[in-house]
Design a protein around this ligand. Structure first.
Ligand SMILES: [Zn+2]
Length: 252
């Protein structure tokens, strides 16, 4: 039996079961596009439904210890402590709202930088939750853990390439706590491969880091200048607890 027939059969069966149990209610499916079969037919070909990709991405988040389903880090729950942190949140919301217009341009990324405890991770995760709810997959990359993991397996060429690709080819990549800890030459090599790929292919990144943009540029110019360009107009830098805060280019 061909895959299309199989998909059709699963769909019919699932519809039959629904009829038998209760009057058909579209809302009883988690995904009405594929009726929870994870398959859809496009141009006579069976394709994975977007919900399948999203579920897989959410499982990756869970594996990194962040639950998307029970997420309390939202834009609403972010409490700004100053006029300026209020603007940081507005920048995040603006980025989300204008994502479609921005995504295929050279300046399609956003960075939340600086001050410890100002909620940079909170705002980055709030963005990711919004995108995931809109079925746009955001891959989560906690910097230190990811680097350790990739470096541990650097001699396994196939694994190395596969791990890199996960971060290179993600529709949106969230790099959490960029440059946290002691940074080695091989960290920088790995980061360059990821950032450069995304830079060339104009693929968006969301970055959170305790480093400022000047530190990021100093750390490695090739990586830093690409990040700077990608995030142009959306570099949110928090300098201190009080009014020492600047946003470059985010008008609001
Ligand atoms: Zn679906």
């Amino acid at each position: 039996m061909g895959i299309i027939e199989t998909v059709e059969r699963i769909r019919e069966q699932s519809l039959e079961n629904q009829k038998r149990q209760q009057p058909v209610k579209m809302t009883s499916y988690r995904c009405s596009k594929c009726r929870d079969t994870t398959w859809i037919i496009v141009d006579d070909k069976a394709r994975r439904c977007q919900c399948y990709k999203i579920d897989k991405t959410k499982k990756l988040w869970e594996a990194s210890g962040v639950s998307i389903e029970q997420q309390d880090k939202t834009f609403k729950s972010y409490i700004p402590y100053s006029y300026d942190t209020k603007r940081a949140r507005e920048c995040g919301i603006e980025y989300f709202r204008n994502y479609n217009e921005r995504k295929n341009t050279r300046y399609n990324s956003i960075a939340f930088l600086g001050q410890v405890g100002s909620g940079k991770t909170h705002l980055s995760i709030a963005l990711a939750v919004n995108f995931l709810n809109r079925e746009i997959p955001v891959v989560y990359m906690p910097f230190r853990d990811t680097m350790m993991n990739i470096k541990m397996n650097i001699l396994d060429h196939e694994y190395y390439q596969k791990s890199l690709e996960k971060y290179q080819k993600a529709e949106i990549l969230l790099i959490d706590d960029l440059y946290k800890g002691k940074i080695t030459a091989s960290d920088l090599n790995i980061m360059f491969e990821i950032i450069n790929y995304r830079y060339i292919n104009q693929m968006p990144i969301i970055i959170s880091s305790e480093k400022g943009i000047d530190d990021i540029l100093k750390m490695d110019e090739a990586i830093g200048s690409r990040i700077y360009e990608m995030c142009k107009g959306m570099i949110v830098e928090i300098k201190g607890k009080e009014n020492n805060y600047r946003i470059r280019g985010c008008r609001n």
